[in-house]
Design a protein around this ligand. Structure first.
Ligand SMILES: [Zn+2]
Ligand SMILES: [Zn+2]
Length: 134
């Protein structure tokens, strides 16, 4: 499936070819912090299937518990996160953030990982009061 997207200020724009079956939710605490939200939804894409069309995103490198460096790539103007990857791999995989994709509404997650750190109310979303706009 061909997808495209951009950061909020549109300085960074990209295209990718994804497998919609590789969409997942991560409940790890790093994803909660980086997304500023309860969890993060991403799709795993081989780096060769991702193409930067515009912009030069910035990189923040974090050290995983495993000791491996992880690069988190974002727009340095508006702060939107675009993807994460592990550098120096022969065939790097990009964890592309689904929220930056124009096709995000069509991409339903297939799995959830790091459920041990899931915030407790995620399973109760349907019970939280709802308004169609603000
Ligand atoms: Zn931006
Ligand atoms: Zn995570």
């Amino acid at each position: 499936m061909d997808v495209n997207g951009s950061c909020h200020c549109r300085a960074v724009q990209f295209e990718a070819e994804i497998d919609p079956k590789r969409v997942g939710i991560c409940h790890c605490t790093d994803c909660q912090i980086f997304s500023g939200s309860a969890f993060r939804t991403s799709v795993l894409v081989p780096g060769r299937d991702f193409r930067l069309v515009k912009g030069e995103p910035a990189t923040y490198e974090k050290m995983a518990d495993s000791g491996n460096a992880r690069q988190l790539v974002f727009c340095n103007l508006c702060g939107t996160h675009v993807y994460g990857t592990t550098p120096n791999m022969q065939d790097p995989v990009y964890s592309l953030r689904v929220g930056v994709l124009s096709q995000r509404a069509e991409l339903r997650p297939f799995a959830q990982v790091w459920c041990q750190s899931q915030v407790p109310w995620v399973g109760d979303m349907a019970d939280i009061r709802r308004f169609s706009t603000q």
